[in-house]
Design a protein around this ligand. Structure first.
Ligand code: FAD
Ligand code: DHB
Length: 390
């Protein structure tokens, strides 16, 4: 079987790319290692930039998001219990973000893909990529015990950080940049009312905390924990107590406890692979780069990558243009690096490091104080938070 574009991975980047191509009449097949329930149940990000919302609109998968998503025009930043509002909408001249879980984005995109006759092969095992430097790349996989081979014109590796796409690129052609942080985020999902009307990013001497939400009755909260921490050591009570301590006395009163139905620890990492393409293989989303979650850029970068990649593929299939494919990596990376900078900056300003009492720690404290007291500083934060233009 031949398909114009083989897409590896059924996360937000693979799904959105498949839709963006479909609305231009370009066929693709998505190969996904896991089953549908697993993919739809994976709890991750929750803040969509307007650019991401715009892409969902463009592919016509925006009805439920518009109904159930919550628009936020600001965030709160709390420092050792003192909370300040950052009016992002005002600082950016009208930009906002949308609170809508990645789980819901994925569910909506999968359903729409299937409704439009799109092909998603779940539980595709042992996916391997071949002849990527030729005009006829091939993808092999195993489905229900049977080997299958696809030929295609292009392969989009949207298969996340541990996927096969980046691993297939010759290591001599790939340069990677990485920073691993000495802490992770312990996150819980709970049936409770949000702490405030908007998200609270809390910097505290005990460590960072974030109060987010998925709806008016479901919250998503995080606390910074050392990388060595074990989830078994965090009872629900310990979590709620720690969250309250990091919010300070006044906001602690506003924390509504509720049934915790998901709890996990995610490591924090900054990572970029360059370039994002080799021959006819293109990397998009987490396959090519990772950001620490502070500032909610991971999912949104996946969306901007596939925006650029879809334009490049559409240019090729519709107008036989090669230039956008040739510049895809540079174009996408220019935006990726700015989001890497922002996520690193937010992470370093808001988290507690071991050098808390050293020079570097004091500089970070001064930087946060400066940013929060300066219109220019807050504007920088706001325009990055809502997402830089594509
Ligand atoms: P993914 O969502 O990872 O999708 C890749 C898909 O490829 C997966 O379905 C995977 O099963 C599949 N796959 C992998 N290997 C293969 C293979 N060999 N063959 C076939 N299929 C394969 N971002 C935020 O902004 N805020 C957050 O709070 C946040 N929390 C996160 C928590 C965790 C635990 C993780 C891992 C990420 C989090 N992120 C967060 C980041 C955000 O979720 C990602 O940036 C986003 O999912 C990237 O989308 P993607 O489609 O590129 O990759
Ligand atoms: C969420 C995650 C983030 O990384 C962030 O900055 C804001 C919100 C969330 O999961 O809701």
């Amino acid at each position: 079987m031949h398909v114009p574009v083989a897409i590896i991975g059924c996360g937000p980047s693979g799904l959105l790319l498949s839709h963006l191509l479909h609305v231009q009449g370009i066929d693709s097949v998505i190969l996904e290692r896991k089953d549908r329930a697993y993919v739809e149940g994976r709890i991750r990000a929750g803040v969509l930039e307007m650019g991401t919302v715009g892409l969902m609109e463009r592919v016509g998968v925006d009805a439920r998001m518009k109904r159930e998503g919550i628009i936020h025009g600001g965030i709160y930043i709390s420092v050792n219990g003192k909370r300040q509002h950052v009016n992002i909408e005002e600082l950016t001249g009208g930009a906002t973000v949308m609170i809508y879980g990645q789980t819901e984005v994925t569910k909506d995109l999968i359903q729409a893909r299937l409704d439009h006759g799109g092909e998603i092969v779940f539980e595709a095992e042992d996916v391997s990529l071949h002849d990527i430097e030729t005009a006829k790349p091939r993808v092999r996989y195993v489905k229900d015990g049977n080997p299958v081979e696809l030929t295609c014109d292009y392969i989009a590796a949207c298969d996340g950080f541990h996927g096969v796409g980046r691993q297939t690129m010759p290591s001599s052609k790939l340069k990677t940049y990485e920073k691993v942080y000495p802490f992770g985020w312990l996150g819980v999902l709970a049936k409770a009312k949000p702490v405030a009307d908007e998200l609270i990013y809390a910097s505290h001497d005990r460590g960072f905390a974030l109060c987010s939400m998925r709806s008016e009755s479901v919250v998503r909260h995080y606390v910074q924990v050392p990388s060595s921490e074990k989830i078994e050591d965090w009872s629900d009570d310990r979590f709620w107590n720690e969250l309250r301590l990091r919010l300070g006395e006044a906001d602690a009163e506003l924390v509504n406890e509720g049934e915790v139905f998901e709890k996990s620890i995610a490591p924090l990492r900054s990572f970029v692979a360059e370039p994002l393409s080799h021959g006819r293989l293109f990397l998009a989303g987490d396959a090519g780069h990772i950001v620490p979650p502070t500032g909610a850029k991971g999912l949104n970068l996946a969306a901007s990558d596939v925006h650029y990649l879809s334009e490049a593929l559409i240019g090729k299939f519709k107008q036989n243009r090669d230039d956008l494919l040739e510049t895809y990596s540079d174009t996408a990376l220019a935006r990726v690096w700015k989001a890497e900078r922002f996520s690193w900056w937010m992470t370093s300003m808001l988290h507690t490091f071991d050098d808390h009492h050293d020079f570097d720690g004091r500089i970070r404290k001064a930087e946060l104080e400066y940013i929060l007291s300066s219109k220019a500083g807050l504007t920088t934060l706001a325009e990055n938070y809502v997402g830089l233009p594509y």
